[in-house]
Design a protein around this ligand. Sequence first.
Ligand SMILES: Cc1cc2nc3c(=O)[nH]c(=O)nc-3n(C[C@H](O)[C@H](O)[C@H](O)COP(=O)(O)O)c2cc1C
Length: 310
Amino acid sequence: MKTIFPEDLSHKDRHQLLLSGVNPRPIAFVSTLSENGDVNLAPYSFFMAFSSKPPIVAIGPAIAARTGKAKDTWLNILATKQATISSVSYSMVHAMNIAAGEYPPDTDEFEKAGFTKAVSTKVAPPFVKESPYAMECELMESIELRRDIGGNGNIVLLEVVAFHVAESVLVDGRVDPRRMDLVGRMGYSWYCRAQGDALFTLDQPGPNIGIGIDALPDHIKSSDVLTGSDLAKLAHVPTLPMLDGSFPRFDADFRADSLEIELAAGDAYAALYVMLNSGRSHDRTVRHRIAKAFLAKNQIEEAWQTLLLE
Ligand SMILES: Cc1cc2nc3c(=O)[nH]c(=O)nc-3n(C[C@H](O)[C@H](O)[C@H](O)COP(=O)(O)O)c2cc1C
């Protein structure tokens, strides 16, 4: 592994190295008003939620390293103490990039980038109507980071005083991420999209989240086939499973190809059928390969039963 110290890098390289590891970052599309009432809109990916009671989010508007200029967003929030933050879905991302351009403070980026202003309820800045999710915010605190070094960042803590959620992203009263289709910022010019196979669920950690990897039997822990991720999936069971004598069950007309063909096709059940009918149950590597195929489909119980067929 390469070890890099921040003081050995230029500002630009340090910036990109940091952003290449801290990602994907959500994007806050921040709207503010100047003291004169000029509307501003700009994306900020130094953005995170830090508390839900009270609901607190933070953005990081930097002093531009190249020009030494403070961002309009930051100056506006300091002056008016208010902002809105709209989430950025994939359909908005190209126009969002236009809004990120450097424009004079009196430029209305809603107009420049073709977004529609939605009227806020508790603060003066509008939010982005095209966004499925927006927050109205009031300034809690602005923290300046190392003003002496130039190009420095700032942390602006904002309290959320109202949420807006599009009906179209709600399923049974909950926000469905598949309907949000949000984008994330990565390092350099990379972005990602929270959609399709990129989305998955995990059990919520709690007292019964699992036995842990240290409690797995040695013959499983020392596997040449199962990866750390496979072991972690197996370790999610609340207690060590016992062999279920009725596993597996196959219909009388069940048919399968060779072990290698079925494993290549990811059909763990068919591979198991071949294993059991070819007398290869004693082959630990085969058992582990089949268990791995079950784990790839998150069939944890089947994976355990296959491993226990020892
Ligand atoms: C996706 C994206 C994320 C950005 N995140 C930040 C950020 O976290 N902090 C920052 O200072 N600039 C960030 N920028 C750059 C600002 O959006 C850009 O400097 C913009 O012109 C600032 O506008 P303003 O002066 O109207 O606030 C980002 C740009 C893009 C495209």
